[in-house]
Ligand binder design. Structure first.
Ligand code: PLP
Length: 409
């Protein structure tokens, strides 16, 4: 779909995010995004109007139960998750740790888990720690020149011992979208399941988890304009092989995987995102909130982001002292999570100059610690990362460039 984004339309979208009316320029969105008023209103309304416990017979409780069920249904729609279930939790880190604990009870000593070095520690540590059960970690290393994990090396690692493959759809430092379908097909041919970290992908493109054929896919709802929660989608046959950590008498899926239950007000907020996506899709809030709205909304968001990331990459490429950590060029397989290092200055020194302005960016390893080590960067200093989403504007990028001009020289 070809979408033309006018300044008026950008402003219309921004007007739904009250935080954007302030002085801060939010370019640390890979850390967490702002929420539209539709999300905040639903949370407030839920807390003030129907803040009761689920599962009882009285009317308010029935309403709350229904709301939590609808939140799961909406997230499944958002993820394109026919043929599977959504497990909600407090963060992607918590959900992945929970998943690894479930697997620790079924994997046999000698089984292997392939783990991509480009991952966030949330999708590395839980798998590497399975070594205490005799499960071997095989490292899918990144080529530090190309910043990629090659399919050739992946094929060399795969064997009939491989039980699981854990990798990011997009690294939260590098910003490149990897070919999930190709990796998944190879893993499945070897009889392994895949656990895909979609946290850095989900704010930028529509998810199609069923079509990609993945077994598990996780993302953080608080980075996709929602409340501070996360969602893990599991394909039905993958879920059937596991027992969740909830009390022994709770066997329904997804609840057996939701120990303690998800945040109810958070679920209300998630439903508010459906309203915002209708706005972003250009449909108005009364239209049907189906899958086509989701896909259209993300096409619009991509169209908002691409010129901004292209401009920033152009600028960074023009600076001889700067090395972009990740793909140097804009393209359909790149998101606006842009990291770089300076040949003479520390990342901290650059971030500190930007911190004195109203522009929010960040430096460090962003929990992609092993990736920084592979790049021979001192992890605490790490990279400077600028991460934009659809609500950023060309003007904000120009303001950042003005400050970077001073910081980089
Ligand atoms: C790529 C990636 N994966 C996982 C996580 C962890 O997400 P959460 O904060 O929901 O645990 C993050 C958080 O920054 C991330 O960027």
């Amino acid at each position: 779909m070809d979408v033309e984004i006018t300044a008026d339309f950008r402003n219309e979208l921004r007007s739904h995010f009250p935080a954007l009316a302030g002085e801060t320029i939010f370019l640390e969105n890979a850390g967490g995004s702002q929420v539209p008023v539709q999300v905040a209103d639903r949370i407030r309304d839920y807390l003030l109007e129907s803040y009761v416990q689920l599962g009882a017979g009285y009317e308010l409780s029935r309403r709350s139960t229904d709301l939590v069920n609808r939140a799961h249904d909406f997230v499944r729609l958002l993820m394109g998750g026919e043929g599977g279930e959504v497990i909600l939790g407090s963060s992607a880190s918590v959900l992945l740790q929970m998943l690894a604990e479930c697997y620790s009870r079924v994997l046999k000593p000698g089984a292997e888990v392939i783990v991509a070095q480009t991952g966030h520690e949330a999708n590395i540590g839980p798998w590497a720690r399975l070594e205490r059960f005799g499960i071997r970690t095989r490292w899918w290393e990144m080529n530090p020149r190309t910043f990629t994990c090659s399919l050739d090396q992946f094929q060399d690692l795969l064997s009939n011992k491989t039980a699981l493959v854990a990798f990011p759809h997009v690294s939260n430092l590098l910003g490149e979208i990897v070919d999930v379908r190709a990796i998944t097909n190879l893993a499945h041919e070897a009889g392994a399941r895949v656990v895909v970290d979609g946290v850095a992908f989900a704010p930028h493109r529509a998810m199609h988890v069923s079509d990609w054929g993945v077994d598990w896919y996780v993302y953080s709802t608080y980075k996709v304009f929602g409340p501070h929660m996360a969602a893990l989608w599991g394909r039905n046959d993958a879920l059937e092989g596991l027992t969740g950590p909830n009390h022994f008498f709770i066997r329904d899926v997804p609840y057996q995987f939701e120990l303690g239950g998800p945040s109810h007000e958070g679920c209300a907020g998630l439903l508010g995102l459906a309203d915002y996506l209708e706005v972003a899709a250009g449909c108005g809030v009364d239209s049907d909130s189906g899958r086509s709205v989701v896909e259209q909304a993300f096409d619009v968001m991509t169209a908002c982001e691409r010129p901004l990331q292209a401009r920033l990459l152009d600028y960074l490429r023009s600076k001889p002292t700067v090395r972009i950590v990740g793909p140097e060029d804009d393209g359909p397989d790149r998101v606006g999570t842009i990291s770089f290092v300076h040949s003479e200055k520390s990342s901290r020194a650059i971030a500190e100059i930007v911190d004195r302005t109203q522009i929010a960016i960040r430096h460090g390893h962003m929990y992609a610690y092993r990736l920084c080590e592979a790049l021979e960067l001192e992890p605490e200093d790490g990279v400077v990362r600028v991460s934009l989403v659809h609500y950023n504007t060309p003007d904000e990028i120009e303001k950042l460039i003005e400050v970077l001009d001073r910081a980089l020289d």
